[in-house]
Design a protein around this ligand. Structure first.
Ligand code: ATP
Ligand code: MG
Ligand code: MG
Length: 378
């Protein structure tokens, strides 16, 4: 059988490995952590990082085609691998997605509006900030995730202090918008330009971290759903993208929509598709990488996903195992644990997807699961 390679050994890599292996592929994971979630279930695990030329060459020797589960791989490592093998997504698209300023410029080129923003690279940029961007959120241009690397600022003094706290890294200041809801769309695009997408996903974040995703008829109004799907397709096409791409949007109180950011890989908000759709986002990743046909995924069940953060492993300062038997007693509960040993608060340890015959049933079981686990209601 052929071997598919993946840069990064986190949970996204692990679920890619599961999908690839189910379809008869061997897998090779590159990640320095010998206990990485994906490395420990892969046929090959190269224990090195993306900056290691020897490891990259070895991955190239092992794998027929290579993908990434992590957007912060150096684009030139992808470009080098791409000289010998299909690499999806490609270096150019990843380079844009890993930088918020570049990403916003791309959205604008595609005609998709973003939050009002300014790039802050130096003192002059800081001094020249328009007061209309305050209150705002200062975000590092690179490497932020789960709300890390961003600071809410109300005044120019706070802005300066935040920029100092972020070590004067290149940043983007975004106006703080009145959000009515958040949503995201996963698309997959093949080398021939064929594109399919998953239904629009409605997302609830808590403290900057995705907490709950709901996907069902009407979770986003049809006219708005069409607009975010069209925008996502335009963004993928504009990148000449190959692979799975997720784009996040904000729905504002006045009914308008703006794009937030994109991830050049499967996304936490698409995990429900493993049980809720006939083709998951990870199977889409395998198909795009291997050059297999893309068929439109069909959602066969309403779905709600609850993220399982490290906090659930702690009560009154004591580490404990959450009550899995309690949630697995609920019909349509699908438990995913990523095999991470260290349950730090805020760390994504797993997720629970609830599926069922109709939205009301799924909401009831999801709320009960949240109650049994001690996750806040939604
Ligand atoms: P991810 O883990 O999704 O990559 P991230 O660290 O890149 O997260 P963002 O997606 O930029 O962070 O922001 C995290 C959350 O903060 C958003 O989902 C939203 O809830 C809130 N947020 C971000 N930007 C704004 C904004 N301009 N106005 C209002 N809320 C915002
Ligand atoms: Mg992000
Ligand atoms: Mg985000």
């Amino acid at each position: 059988g052929a071997t598919l390679g993946v840069l990064g050994g986190g949970q996204l890599g692990r679920m890619f490995v599961h999908a690839a292996q189910r379809m008869g592929y061997f897998t090779a994971v590159l990640d320095p952590d010998e206990h990485s979630p994906a490395g420990r279930v892969s046929h090959h695990h190269l224990r090195a990082d993306y900056l290691d030329d020897v490891a990259l060459a070895r991955l190239g020797d092992l794998a027929e085609a290579i993908t990434t589960e992590f957007e912060n791989v150096p684009a030139d490592a992808l470009a080098r691998l791409g000289e010998r093998h299909p690499v999806a997504p490609g270096a150019a698209a990843v380079a844009i997605a890993q930088d918020r300023a570049e990403e916003k410029a791309h959205f604008t080129r595609c005609g998709v509006p973003c939050a009002p923003n300014a790039v802050i690279d130096n003192e002059e940029d800081l001094a020249g900030v328009d007061d209309a961007l305050l209150p705002g959120i200062l975000k590092t241009a690179r490497l932020g995730y789960d709300g890390k690397g961003q600071v809410r600022v109300a005044t120019r003094d706070e802005l300066r202090a935040a920029w100092e706290a972020l070590k004067r890294a290149p940043c983007v200041l975004e106006k703080l918008l009145p959000l009515a809801f958040e949503c995201s769309v996963v698309v997959a695009r093949g080398r021939d330009g064929a594109m399919v997408h998953l239904p629009v996903q409605r997302n609830l974040h808590r403290a900057g971290i995705l907490a709950v995703t709901e996907v069902h008829e009407g979770c986003v109004a049809p006219a708005q759903a069409k607009r975010v799907i069209d925008a996502t397709r335009a963004i993928a096409k504009g990148l000449d993208y190959v692979g799975v791409l997720c784009v996040e949007f904000f729905g504002l109180e006045d009914g308008s929509l703006v794009v937030n950011e994109m991830a050049p890989r499967p996304h936490n908000s698409g995990h429900w598709s493993i049980e809720g759709a006939d083709v998951s986002q990870f199977e889409l990743q395998v198909r795009t990488l291997a050059g297999l046909p893309l068929t439109p995924p069909r959602q066969h069940s309403p779905a709600i996903m609850l993220n399982l953060l490290g906090d659930l492993w702690w009560r009154d300062g004591q580490e404990r195992t959450p009550d899995w038997a309690g949630v697995l007693a609920l019909p349509g509960a699908h438990l995913h644990l990523y095999g991470k040993a260290d349950a730090r608060p805020g760390r994504k340890m797993g997720h629970l997807t609830l599926t069922g015959p109709d939205v009301a049933a799924v909401r009831t079981t999801a709320l009960e699961a949240a109650r049994r686990l001690g996750i806040g209601a939604f």
